[in-house]
Design a protein around this ligand. Structure first.
Ligand SMILES: NC(=O)c1ccc[n+]([C@@H]2O[C@H](COP(=O)([O-])OP(=O)(O)OC[C@H]3O[C@@H](n4cnc5c(N)ncnc54)[C@H](O)[C@@H]3O)[C@@H](O)[C@H]2O)c1
Ligand SMILES: O=C(O)C(=O)C[C@]1(C(=O)O)C=C[C@@H](O)C=C1
Length: 373
């Protein structure tokens, strides 16, 4: 985002961001790029310096002008305490947090008394499997839902300020209660994280020969297995009951699946009932996945993708990058897939959706082998 892209933000600032990691620095980058002054604070001096160097804002000082809005982007287990400290330190500021769980934070803040009127909880449904400011992105929130959790005490002006922040960063505010939010994310965020972690954990002792066969399916299912264990322990423990409920339901499905597989293993694959039980599980997955917005015909996804075969030779990847540049296309993100023993790798380039067609044509003309997505 640049100031020209974002005329007339409703958020005027100064905005203070406490916790200058992935989320905090992404907020800081987007606001700073739009000309809003951002004050940064972090318990770790190194994380603070990194966020500053990335352009997410300037470290807060005692002589700073009072912030109009404080965004707390610390791990969930410390979030309520940090919110309360910021409410006390800035007696006129609206304070929000972006923690992935809401009930535990809201309850602790409400218990603190009248200051809670200036607090509104929130949770941008945007992130990634890497932590820290070095993974931050000013466009992280563009096109994403941003849950806004007002409490019975929240001032209307405070709710408006948090909704405005979400809109200013390109997100869509979604009003939910704390419990509704926690139940929903148990299913759409916390369960997927555990599924990825559980599948990836099976690979720890897998033979090298098996791992060499890994294809895109395994990579798709395990991307978020790279997430930060400390952060996720705090998220999962903070939403324990809804996550346990969701996992129990999965356990029921897994038990039925194992029973069908045991029957097929003992009595042969065509034993009565086994085939239907297995197909039902995959079919139910088809039906569930088809309901994910953006995946199968819902809202547009953020980037389009162009996959290109890259010969396994020195300089080839560099040549690809410079020819993409010559075609006038910016690479927004990149995945490289390389199978052991293969003489070519697959580069999956994330680009703006409008650039996909022209880039495929330009690369094709230059002799690259473009692979259908
Ligand atoms: N990672 C995601 O995909 C994602 C997405 C949406 C929301 N969230 C939520 O955003 C929050 C931040 O997550 P993140 O991914 O940016 O984590 P992160 O580890 O990248 O950043 C957290 C930062 O908070 C700092 N910090 C920790 N305790 C502090 C304290 N007491 N005072 C000041 N600073 C402190 C850390 O030093 C670190 O720099 C979490 O509550 C998380 O649940 C994360
Ligand atoms: O895309 C990812 O890497 C994420 O996991 C982001 C994700 C999610 O589950 O959607 C993870 C946790 C957050 O609280 C919000 C967003």
């Amino acid at each position: 985002m640049t100031p020209e892209d974002t005329p007339g933000l409703a958020t005027t600032g100064p905005v203070k961001v406490v916790g200058a990691g992935l989320l905090g620095a992404s907020v800081g980058l987007a606001l700073s790029a739009a000309g809003v002054p951002v004050q940064l604070e972090d318990a770790s001096p190194a994380s603070l310096a990194l966020a500053r160097d990335m352009g997410a804002g300037t470290p807060a000082t005692l002589t700073d002008p009072e912030p109009v809005l404080v965004v707390v982007a610390t791990p969930p287990d410390v979030t309520a305490d940090v919110v309360l400290a910021q409410l006390r330190r800035h007696p006129r500021a609206v304070v929000t947090d972006v923690a992935s769980v809401k009930r535990i934070v809201v309850d602790e803040v409400l218990a603190a008394g009248p200051d809670a009127a200036r607090y509104v909880g929130s949770h941008p449904m945007a992130g990634r499997e890497r932590s820290g400011a070095s993974a931050a992105d000013a466009d992280l929130f563009v096109g994403r839902p941003w849950v806004v959790v007002e409490t019975p005490q929240s001032l209307p002006a405070a709710v408006l300020a948090v909704r405005a922040l979400a809109v200013d960063l390109g997100a869509t505010p979604v009003r939910l209660g704390a419990d509704e939010h926690d139940d929903a994310v148990a299913l759409v965020s916390h369960l997927p994280q555990l599924a990825a972690s559980l599948v990836a954990a099976r690979l720890v002792t897998a033979p090298d020969g098996a791992l060499a066969l890994a294809g895109q399916g395994l990579r798709d299912v395990t991307r978020i297995a790279a997430s930060d264990p400390r952060l996720w322990a705090s998220i999962l423990a903070g939403n324990a009951a809804p996550v346990a409920r969701a996992l129990r339901e999965v356990r029921g499905d897994v038990d039925a699946l194992v029973a069908a597989l045991d029957r097929a293993a003992e009595d042969g694959p065509l034993t009565p009932g086994a085939m239907a039980a297995l197909a039902d599980v995959v079919g139910a997955g088809n039906a569930g996945a088809a309901r994910i917005p953006g995946k199968h015909g819902g809202a547009p996804r953020r980037y389009g993708y162009v996959s290109v075969l890259v010969p396994d030779a020195p300089g080839e990847l560099g040549r690809l990058f410079s020819e993409v540049g010559e075609a006038g296309v910016n690479i927004e993100d990149l995945q490289l897939e390389h199978s052991a023993g293969a003489r070519a790798g697959l580069a999956r380039l994330a680009v703006l959706p409008t650039a996909v067609g022209p880039l495929e044509k330009a690369l094709d003309e230059r002799g690259w082998r473009v692979v259908a997505e």
